[in-house]
Design a protein around this ligand. Structure first.
Ligand code: F6R
Length: 606
């Protein structure tokens, strides 16, 4: 959460900083700001709300300078006000920060005792006050920044800029990611390579505890112990960092539509011999593995919850599924012959990363399924499997979810083979159903106009329930999450069989109930639960295949007919109507689809 950027350039940096912040806005949009040094003079501009407000401000109050830092905020400490917006400044130092300074209260007291009184509610302000304090005591900017960093507890990525220093930025990383970009007589700092992609494809990723002194001549990096560190420069693929709507109205619409293509890419990567054999790194061998823990947050957690059914049913492998924020503090005992598997789009989710670190010493192998291949979770795993969704910008995860599911499905098949539970015939059948996915998804995308019509009615609802059974239960949870996060309609997902144990009390003629039920072995049971809803005047939208609609569709409020899919891949296919329903309901309500209120794409604070 929060995006930071820094540029030591050859040209005016104001517009460059704003452009880079645009690419980081997915990390938060409560406020934005930039600071520059111009002829030695440090100055800043800040505005609340979206980046467009900062751009407007800069039209009236431009900020000159060829060195600058910028920030887009997701508020943690202090409301989204101009005073709380970054860059923060005290005396000759300005800073942009992503993360949380956990000991800021103690530091504030200490600073107040020496007459440095905070003017904001933020934790970040203590960083600039502390640096100012060290500079007042005679330390030069580099030393003062190092002294400050030594005092901070918590998670942060930081970039400092100093009055009187047109050619210096100090960057530091602990807990939150930070990339240094190399240009031609220019240097850059960014929360990720995507922010820097139009400027450079030459990136050095800082490691945990690193401090970097950046000048136009290059970067000098010190590790956590203060020793000079040699960090590799890598080339990023510019294509992999493209963030364009490509004619779509929203990133989310584009990302929903891309799913047949990215799923086909993922299948090409993880299958060999024209899709008839598995192709995973050789370390992925489930022989002797007695249990796996699947850990993630949000949508990625629901992907894990679907995968539990696959691992247990296909491979007979016991699975625990955990929400990362619970797992990390519950400190569950883990078997040394078990694996822990972490799933994350960003690869930077603070809770998932902390859970991974907890598991590392205890299990035989730490595996991750991660969309951002250079992320912290990927780098700290024994084996990192890319989910290959491409850049996902929309805050509501769509294509990353179905790609996660696809990789997890392939892993479950591998576990089935390694554990002797899946004979060649059964493997071939499962592989062929995976291969059918892109085509099935294309058909599902064809339901768009029908879905838009239903969504128009759904947008009138106050509450919506989603029901599913078996692997469709996590899909019901995901459908409800998608709807609430972008349309702000209250929605809940329930296991169909659980309804009469309480939630059925919510049903009346005003509550749409979305039933996700392919015509599989559990269909009749789900239809019985659906009848119980209809008997209480609940308005059922049945999402099924032609067989299911023919058998169970009588008397429902509405239905959506998906193409018939093998039950193994049905959860991946059923994600699409759930995503499209949420998208079109949000459109009908006029909410901000790509940047819904209170949310950020990358949750780097706990
Ligand atoms: C919901 C959504 C979130 C994320 C969650 C984990 O649409 O996107 O629930 O799934 O914050 O994020 P990652 O996958 O980056 O670890």
């Amino acid at each position: 959460m929060c995006g930071i950027v820094g540029v030591l350039g050859q040209h005016e940096v104001g517009p460059i900083l704003v452009e880079a912040l645009k690419r980081l806005e997915y990390r938060g949009y409560d406020s934005a700001g930039i600071a520059t040094v111009n002829g030695g003079r440090l100055d800043r501009r800040r505005a609340i709300g979206k980046l467009a407000n900062l751009s407007d401000l800069l039209v009236h109050e431009p900020l000159a300078g060829k060195a600058g830092i910028g920030h887009t905020r997701w508020a943690t400490h202090g409301a989204p006000t101009v005073a709380n917006a970054h860059p923060h400044r005290a005396g000759k130092v300005a800073v942009v920060h992503n993360g949380i300074i956990e000991n800021f209260r103690e530091l504030r007291q200490e600073l107040e005792a020496v007459g440095l009184i905070p003017e904001t509610e933020t934790d970040t302000e203590t960083i600039v006050l502390l640096t100012r304090h060290y500079m007042d005591q005679g330390q030069d900017p580099r030393t003062a920044a190092a002294s400050t960093l030594g005092r901070l507890k918590g998670a942060f990525a930081l970039c400092f800029l100093f009055e009187g220093e047109d050619d210096l930025m100090i960057a530091a990383r602990r807990g939150s990611p930070l990339a240094i970009g190399h240009g031609d007589g220019e240097m850059y700092v960014g929360s990720d390579a995507i922010a820097l992609a139009p400027l450079t494809d030459r990136i050095t990723y800082l490691e945990e505890g690193d401090r970097a002194e950046v000048t136009r001549a290059g970067v000098v990096i010190f590790d956590a112990a203060g020793r000079l560190a040699n960090r590799a420069e890598t080339r990023i693929e510019r294509e992999a960092t493209r963030v364009e709507k490509a004619g779509y109205k929203h990133f989310m619409a584009k990302e929903i539509a891309e799913q047949p293509v990215v799923i086909a890419d993922a299948l090409r990567h993880y299958l060999a011999q024209g899709g008839t054999a598995l192709s995973l790194p050789e370390e992925i061998d489930f022989t002797g593995v007695d249990r796996i823990s699947l850990v993630a947050c949000g949508t990625a957690y629901y992907a894990c919850s679907v995968a539990k059914y696959w691992f247990e049913q296909i491979a007979g492998l016991p699975v625990d599924v955990d929400i990362a924020s619970e797992f990390r503090y519950r400190e569950p005992p883990l078997s040394p012959t078990s694996w822990a598997l972490f799933v994350s789009q960003s690869g930077e989710t603070a809770d998932t990363l902390a859970a991974l670190r907890h598991a590392h010493e205890q299990v035989a192998k730490v595996v991750s399924v991660v969309n951002v291949a250079t992320s912290s979770i990927a780098r700290e795993s024994d084996v990192a499997l890319p989910s290959l969704a491409g850049v996902e910008v929309g805050v509501a995860s769509t294509k990353a979810f179905t790609c996660q599911l696809t990789v997890l499905a392939v892993l479950a098949l591998k576990a089935g083979v390694d554990r002797g539970r899946l004979d060649p015939g059964a493997l071939a059948r499962h592989l062929s159903s995976l291969a059918s996915l892109p085509g099935l998804m294309n058909h599902a995308l064809g339901l768009e106009s029908e879905i838009a019509t239903i969504a128009g009615q759904l947008s009138e609802a106050q509450d919506v329930l989603f029901l599913g059974r078996g692997p469709m239960f996590p899909l019901a949870l995901e459908g409800a999450l998608k709807l609430k996060e972008i349309s702000y309609i209250h929605a809940e997902g329930y296991a169909s069989g659980e309804l009469k144990h309480g939630p059925i009390a919510l049903i009346d003629s005003h509550v749409p109930v979305i039933v996700m039920a392919p015509r599989d072995g559990l269909f009749d049971k789900t239809v019985s639960n659906m009848q119980e809803v209809m008997a209480r005047h609940g308005q059922v939208l049945l999402i099924s295949d032609a067989g299911g609609i023919a058998e169970g569709g009588t008397g429902v409020w509405n239905s959506l007919t998906l193409p018939t899919a093998d039950p193994f891949v049905a959860p991946i296919l059923f994600a699409l109507p759930a995503q499209m329903l949420a998208y079109h309901t949000a459109i009908a309500k006029g909410t901000d689809v790509d940047q819904p209120r209170n949310l950020a794409k990358s949750v780097t604070v706990e």
